[in-house]
Write a protein that binds this ligand. Structure first.
Ligand code: BMA
Length: 378
C-alpha cells in the first residue's frame, strides 16, 4: 500500500512539474532579454556559483584604465562572470563616480561585459540629500555622504510630501538617464541587476535600520522602483533587495518592499572573525530558502576578509557557498593603492588559493557562463 501511495505521489509531482511555468521578473513589462536573464540565472544557481568582482574591468591594485586588463584575469586567465559597478554621485550630475571612475567609462565597460555574455550588477552609494543641504560645508567626511547617519529624517524628507522630494526626483531622473543609455549594438536595452539602498540591516548608511523606519525604507524602495519602471518606462532592471549580516529571517525581511518590486534576495557578509563560516552558513540557508520559495534570485553580493588568511577562498568561503543555490558571490573593489585597499578582497595576496577557488567545479567564471549562453543568443 505504502509503495502504491509513493508511486501515485511521484506521478502527481511529475505531472505538476510539467505544468510549471518558469518564474518571471517582478516587472511585468520586463524586456525579453531581462526575462531571459532572470530565467537563466534562476536555473544557473543550481549548477554553480558565479564569481563577481566590483570595478574589476576599470582598475586594480596597481593600475588604472588599461584596456582589457583585470586583476581576476591576471590571477586566473579568465574574467569574473559578474562585473560590479558603482553609480554613487551620478545623482549630482557629476562626470565621475565617488570612486573617481568616469560614468562614460562605466557605461562602456557595461556594454562590453554584456557583449561578452557576462552579468552586470550595479550598486549606488547615493549622497545624503538632507544633510548635504545643511551644516558646515567644511565639515569632515562623512558629512553629506551616504555614510552620514546624523539625521533620522532623511528618508521621510525625500518621500512624497517631504522637503527634498523634488530634489530626490531630480536624482532619480539622472539615474534613469543612465539606465536608458545602456543599449547594445542593436539599440536594445541591456539588462542589469540594480542593488540600491543596500545593507539595510546595518546602520551605517542614511537608509539603515536605525536611521529610518522599516515602513519608510519599504516606501523608499517602492517609490524608486515605481519611478524608474512606471514613470520612466525602464524595463531592463532586475532589483536586488539586500542586507548586511543578519541572524534570522525576520531580521532579514524587515523593510522588504514586496515580491512585486524585488527580483533577488541578496546578502552582504564580510569575514570579521571566527564565527564567520557558521554565521554565513546559517544566513545563506534561510535567505536562499526564502528566495526559492518566492521564485527569486539569490546572491552573496559582497564578501571578503581582512585578516590575511591564506586559504580563505578554498577553506572558508567555498565550502559554505557550495551548500546553497547562491547565484553569485562578489568581492569588493581593489582600490587603486593596494595598501589602502578596504575591499577585503584577497586575490592579490593569496593568488594560489584563489586559483583553487577558480578551479573548483562549483564556481563559474566568464568562460563557463559564456558556454551557458545566459542571454540565449543564436
Ligand atoms: C565602499 C568602499 C568605498 C567606496 C564605496 C563605493 O565599501 O570601497 O571606498 O567609495 O564602497 O564603491
Amino acid at each position: 500500500m505504502k509503495t502504491l501511495n509513493l508511486i501515485l505521489l511521484l506521478i502527481v509531482l511529475t505531472l505538476c512539474s510539467f505544468g510549471q511555468k518558469p518564474p518571471l521578473p517582478a516587472d511585468k513589462k520586463a524586456t525579453k532579454e531581462t526575462v531571459i536573464l532572470f530565467q537563466s540565472l534562476y536555473e544557473l544557481k543550481n549548477k554553480g556559483v558565479m564569481y563577481g568582482h566590483q570595478d574589476d574591468l576599470m582598475y586594480g591594485y596597481n593600475w588604472w584604465y588599461e584596456k582589457d586588463r583585470s586583476d581576476t584575469k591576471e590571477a586566473t586567465g579568465d574574467y569574473p562572470a559578474v562585473a560590479g559597478f558603482e553609480l554613487g554621485h551620478i545623482e549630482l550630475g557629476s562626470e565621475r563616480s565617488l570612486d573617481s571612475v568616469s560614468f562614460t567609462q562605466i557605461a562602456e565597460q557595461i556594454k562590453l561585459h554584456y557583449k561578452h555574455g557576462g552579468v552586470i550588477t550595479i550598486s549606488c552609494h547615493l549622497n545624503n540629500p538632507l544633510t548635504m543641504q545643511t551644516g558646515d560645508t567644511h565639515s569632515p567626511w562623512p558629512h553629506g555622504t551616504a555614510w552620514d547617519v546624523t539625521s533620522t529624517e532623511v528618508v521621510s524628507s525625500i518621500l512624497p510630501g517631504g522637503k527634498y522630494h523634488e530634489l530626490f526626483n531630480t536624482w532619480l531622473e539622472r539615474l534613469a538617464n543612465f539606465f536608458i543609455g545602456l543599449k547594445d549594438e542593436n539599440a536594445l536595452p541591456i539588462p542589469v541587476i540594480f542593488r540600491p539602498f543596500h545593507e539595510h540591516s546595518g546602520s551605517f548608511f542614511w537608509w539603515g535600520t536605525n536611521i529610518c523606519t522599516d515602513q519608510e525604507y519599504s516606501a523608499l524602495w517602492r517609490y524608486t522602483v515605481t519611478f524608474l519602471r512606471d514613470k520612466k518606462n525602464i524595463h531592463n532592471i532586475l532589483y536586488a533587495y539586500n542586507t548586511d549580516r543578519v541572524t534570522s529571517l525576520d531580521q532579514y525581511m524587515r523593510g522588504y518592499p514586496g515580491d512585486d518590486i524585488i527580483d533577488m534576495l541578496s546578502l552582504d557578509m564580510y569575514d570579521r572573525g571566527e564565527q564567520f563560516g557558521g554565521e554565513l552558513d546559517t544566513a545563506l540557508g534561510f535567505v536562499t530558502r526564502e528566495a526559492v520559495s518566492r521564485n527569486k534570485l539569490t546572491a552573496l553580493s559582497e564578501t571578503g576578509e581582512r585578516k590575511g588568511m591564506s586559504n580563505w577562498w578554498s577553506a572558508v568561503l567555498l565550502p559554505v557557498i557550495s551548500k546553497y543555490p547562491v547565484g553569485y558571490v562578489l568581492t569588493w573593489r581593489d582600490a587603486f593603492n593596494s595598501k589602502f585597499s578596504v575591499s577585503g578582497n584577497p586575490i592579490q595576496s593569496f593568488t594560489e588559493d584563489f586559483k583553487l577557488f577558480y578551479n573548483s567545479p562549483k564556481t563559474l567564471f566568464l568562460k563557463e557562463v559564456q558556454n551557458e549562453n545566459i542571454y540565449r543568443r543564436k
